[in-house]
Design a protein around this ligand. Structure first.
Ligand code: SF4
Length: 302
């Protein structure tokens, strides 16, 4: 452990804090975290934590979800500018328009979204539980926000529903092309292709396995293959290598990197923990309204 990581350990005790980190943050942050996981795991674990302060090492919507699920806790964001562009790519007016057009519609909101979008939604999903939850809903019409690519993947797997797509996308996953996958496969013919469904449909269709970040880690850890082409954010390599030191993992290009996730550093963690700021602050009524779709997700995903 380096000096900064030791300082963080001291601050954790001093401030009664716990560190939650997403698989996409820098390796040295994952190394020091108490809990590391994907969005679903982090929102679920956030409801079970005893400590008073949650240090959320990820992007802003994750901090908001943690606050909504734990209004009595302090949720510290090491960098408030770490924000997911896709989280803003839907609009409340359009949701209301769709509600007027389809009487029985359920608005299904990927957790990668602002708290404001959650307020206008019926249920949240993550990439780990989207299929299960959409199948479980009684509604035929589903307006899936904000990610068009995850929505397209859900539509392909749950054909009995009418999935209405929105036009949001993750800039990190959506820029990966079919050509790049073909090139990676030509370079590593024995490797299996593991894809996150935030990628374009043509890319996801080339996968040996398509699923959430934690699904990809599980698959690679259990599968007999010894080489894998990883088609998601590169931070996941830390956990993959850690769990499978004897296996080989390849990226398809160097742009598989989320600049917002990488804003979280040991320095801004120390600063935030020393200052007790910046904190996620949400109004009580807002918290109550955004809580319902998150709670429904946790219930339906059980
Ligand atoms: S990887 Fe994509 S979806 Fe995830 S936080 Fe970054 S921009 Fe948002």
């Amino acid at each position: 452990m380096n000096e900064k990581q030791l300082r963080i350990q001291e601050l954790k005790k001093e401030k009664d804090a716990v560190i939650l980190a997403h698989y996409y943050v820098n390796d040295e942050v994952q190394e020091i975290a108490d809990y590391v996981g994907d969005s679903y795991y982090l929102s679920e674990i956030a409801t079970k934590i005893k400590e008073k302060v949650l240090v959320l090492c990820g992007v802003r919507f994750m901090g908001e979800s943690a606050k909504i699920l734990n209004p009595d806790k302090k949720v510290l964001m090491p960098d408030m500018q770490a924000d997911c562009p896709m989280a803003h790519m839907a609009d409340a007016r359009k949701i209301e328009e769709i509600r007027r057009k389809y009487e029985d519609v359920a608005v299904v909101c990927y957790v990668n979204s602002t708290a404001e979008l959650k307020v206008h939604s019926d249920v949240c999903v993550t990439s780990s539980n989207a299929l299960k939850i959409v199948r479980a809903l009684p509604n035929k019409n589903i307006f899936f926000i904000p990610d068009q690519h995850l929505g397209t993947y859900v539509a392909s797997q749950v054909p009995e529903k009418n999935i209405i797509l929105n036009d949001g996308y993750c800039p990190v996953h959506a820029r990966i092309t079919e050509e790049e996958i073909k090139e990676a496969k030509a370079a590593h013919p024995k490797a299996k292709i593991l894809v996150h469904p935030e990628c374009q449909a043509l890319v996801t269709a080339m996968a040996d396995y398509a699923g959430s970040t934690s699904g990809i880690i599980e698959y690679a850890s259990k599968d007999d293959a010894s080489e894998f082409i990883i088609v998601t954010e590169k931070g996941v390599l830390y956990e993959l290598q850690h769990r499978n030191p004897e296996k080989k993992f390849y990226l398809v290009n160097e742009t598989q990197c989320c600049p917002d996730m990488k804003k979280i550093t040991l320095d801004n963690m120390i600063q935030a923990m020393e200052n007790g700021a910046p904190l996620i602050e949400l109004e009580e009524t807002f918290i109550n309204q955004a809580h319902a779709p998150l709670k429904k997700m946790l219930e339906l995903a059980k």
